[in-house]
Ligand binder design. Structure first.
Ligand SMILES: Cc1cn([C@H]2C[C@H](O)[C@@H](COP(=O)(O)OP(=O)(O)O[C@H]3O[C@H](C)C(=O)[C@H](O)[C@H]3O)O2)c(=O)[nH]c1=O
Length: 188
């Protein structure tokens, strides 16, 4: 497992090893020991899987507020996400409002680790793109929140309007958003 730091402390890019042979490949998509060796312990309790049929489907920018904040480990099962994006929304964080995006695809097998206190969103670049991600807390609709996809200065590099859910089309702009997260002075 290759682990790469990103400009956002706590947001990591992971590359599990793929064992290729004449049949295809095998890969351990998650092994708790890989991150524990780096001092990171994550107790995932829920796996999510979504499929977006249309190119340019944009889901985000979402979070769950405390006490049900979620860290997420995101990968692309089929197709291509560019980008999968994390935005720091921890009040007092030196990187508050900063974003990082990575291309996640079936081809590259990359995974993005997004700590609690960050927004998550993505846009798809191929039809029928599937995203699979692990979460450290259960779905809590009352804690579900969204920030407008076009209010964080993210360069989505996409021509034309994305396909949005009704919820995402009316989400609050970051400038008007009162984050429920506070930076604790530590790495995420
Ligand atoms: C997130 C979630 C949703 N649902 C139900 C609620 C709705 O009836 C339906 C679709 O939910 P939503 O439109 O919020 O799905 P997405 O727009 O893909 O939202 C997700 O996309 C972004 C990128 C995320 O990181 C979050 O996990 C999540 O917010 O699934 C559940 O039953 N359990 C869940 O954990």
């Amino acid at each position: 497992m290759e682990i790469t730091q990103t400009p956002l402390p706590g947001v990591l890019l992971l590359e599990p090893r793929r064992f290729g042979d004449a049949r295809g490949f095998f890969s351990e998509s998650w092994n708790r020991k890989n991150l524990e060796g780096h001092g990171i312990t994550l107790d995932f309790v829920q796996d999510n899987h979504s499929m977006s049929a249309q190119v340019g489907t944009l889901r985000g920018l979402h979070f769950q507020s405390p006490p049900h904040a979620q860290a997420k480990l995101v990968r692309c099962g089929r197709g291509r996400l560019t980008f999968d994006v994390a935005v720091d929304i921890r009040k007092g964080s030196p990187t508050y409002g900063h974003w990082f995006g990575a291309e996640l695809s079936f081809e590259n097998g990359l995974q993005l680790l997004i700590p609690a206190g960050f927004l998550h969103g993505f846009i798809t670049r191929e039809p029928d793109t599937e995203i699979i991600y692990k979460c450290t807390d259960y779905y809590a609709p009352d804690c579900d929140g969204a920030v407008a996809w076009d209010s964080c200065g993210i360069d989505w590099d996409f021509e034309g309007p994305p396909l949005l859910s009704e919820k995402d089309a009316v989400a609050t702009a970051l400038a008007n958003f009162d984050s429920p997260f506070t930076w604790d002075g530590e790495m995420a």
